[in-house]
Design a protein around this ligand. Sequence first.
Ligand code: ATP
Ligand code: LTN
Length: 334
Amino acid sequence: MSDKKKVIFSGMQPSGHVTLGNYLGALKNWTDLQEDYNCLFCVVDMHSITVRQDPPTLRRLSREFLMQYIAAGINPEENIMYYQSHVPEHAELAWILNCFTYMGELNRMTQFKDKSQRHAENINAGLFTYPALMAADILLYQTDLVPVGDDQKQHLELARDIAIRFNNAYSPTFKVPEGYFGKAGARVMSLQEPNKKMSKSDEDENAFVSILDSPDVIARKFKRAVTDSDNEIRFSEDKPGISNLLNIYSAITGKSIEESEKDFDGKGYGDFKMAVAEVVIDELRPLQDRYKELEKDKAYIDGIIKENAQTASYLANKTLSKVQRKVGFPPKIR
Ligand code: ATP
Ligand code: LTN
């Protein structure tokens, strides 16, 4: 890692398949930013268990996530990619930050409210203190920039508040991070309920496109996407389904929304949906080809898992040991 470059940290929960929302809101921006920053891209498996997971599935998905990061174009030689659970410093700092986070702050988090509704049978303390662990992820590495989708703004704001609070209570310890939100694609909506964000843990498989879905499946999901009945391809708040498809098209092609609307002047919804499906399929094809190659190379992936966790742990310790000293933990005797 070069000392001169600024630091990026971001992560995804391996709690389903990487969706087009995750890709356009986060992963694609990671690949665009990687050259100019020292980057850490984490598979946040500890965050995933705030909701019940099937253990073998979690293990499999975690590995698939790392492979999808690489397939999407993230260079594992230049960036640090690892599992959160392999770097215990995350949990250690999270405990300390829990003691600098107020119940009132956690109570306001919309993700907590959403997930408590969706998992009413299991509203556990981890789900509630989730943002303190996320703050630990970010603050451990003196992160400058956090590229995430719009839905994470509130969590990021809290991480900043916790950093400022800690710095004021002791002395400057944490870098106060900034968010990075792409212009298009920061909020991809469900294809079935376009007023809801596309989520990888949605029960309805037609609501999301997974980046490893085959071309046929992608085409079918777009064909079934919920729209409206007036047959006008226009971006507007009262047309959430069509606006979402325009947003996806614009995020992939790099065209503005106005240019995208023009591309479909006089066309019907059927043609429009197929055109959006086509740009998505073309965008994902090289990623899917690389993924198939990576699947064959177990030793290579194992090497990345091992080495990157060691590097992350080394870096994390620099911050963690300062924090432990400042809060008054006795020094270790070696
Ligand atoms: P879950 O359904 O398990 O809560 P999720 O699909 O919301 O998961 P996360 O792992 O929580 O995904 O998020 C990974 C990254 O993808 C984050 O940066 C998040 O902001 C971004 N992201 C998630 N959903 C979307 C979306 N619909 N549009 C744009 N970005 C998104
Ligand atoms: N909370 C995020 C995932 C996440 C994350 C992070 C993102 C956990 N730790 C640190 C960026 C930085 C989510 O639910 N999308």
